[in-house]
Write a protein that binds this ligand. Structure first.
Ligand code: VGL
Ligand code: ZN
Length: 211
């Protein structure tokens, strides 16, 4: 099978709340939109499928600091795990949950909404944070004979990281297009740690010049 027939582009959480001006803004989040649109415009020679994910939470979601009467970015033990609590973000149907207005959304094949259950978060595009509840993405990719997964979007050190780690564990040849991502990087150096972990797990870190 040629590369085109076995490749998918996944664009993680490129939503208003993760871009400057949004409630959980990632530095420079908006800067990656045009580069991602360039790849989308080349889909006929690069990708068989284009998949968008959207963080999509109900109000009072368990990942919101406000739900626990704590400050954003506080850490707390929830269900036995120490988790980071976030500002309210990507609340289902609100403006901040929309994709960046310039993203060529209409060219995508599938949109996966994740983090929809009040009491469970979902960083990865493949599994919710209980690590066992599937989003259905694996089935979609295997049904379409995808072997190579190319990841872009926000944030590099959170949802892109978890998606890449699951992707490689599931046996997909996994690439992160680093210049088409941006990091939260809190505390400073966190994103570098995640990059090292990804590389160790077999994820290839590339730039868009690769294509
Ligand atoms: C994300 C924090 C909370 C992400 C989502 O998309 O990286 N980060 N929810
Ligand atoms: Zn979230």
């Amino acid at each position: 099978m040629n590369t085109l027939e076995s490749s998918a582009l996944i664009i993680v959480d490129l939503q208003i709340d993760f871009c400057p001006g949004g409630s959980l803004a990632v530095n420079g989040g908006h800067e990656i939109v045009s580069g991602i649109n360039d790849l989308i415009s080349k889909r006929s020679v690069l990708f068989k499928k284009i998949i968008l994910t959207a963080d999509w939470h109900p109000v009072n979601h368990i990942s919101f600091a406000s739900t626990h009467n704590l400050e954003p970015f506080a850490r707390k033990v929830v269900g036995g795990d120490i988790v980071t609590l976030w500002p309210d973000h990507c609340v289902e149907g609100l403006k901040g949950s929309e994709f960046h207005p310039d993203l060529q959304v209409e060219k995508s094949d599938l949109i996966i909404r994740k983090g929809r259950k009040s009491n469970l978060d979902s960083y990865s595009a493949f599994f919710e944070n209980d690590r066992v509840t599937p989003t259905g993405l694996k089935g979609y990719l295997t049904d379409h004979s995808i072997q190579k997964v190319y990841l872009s979007g926000l944030a590099f050190d959170w949802c892109v990281y978890f998606s890449a780690m699951d992707s490689t564990k599931l046996g997909f040849e996994t690439y992160v297009i680093k210049d088409l991502t941006r990091s939260i990087d809190l505390p400073a150096g966190y994103a570098l740690e995640k990059e090292i972990e990804m590389k160790r797990a077999g994820v290839k870190i590339i730039d868009s010049s690769y294509f």
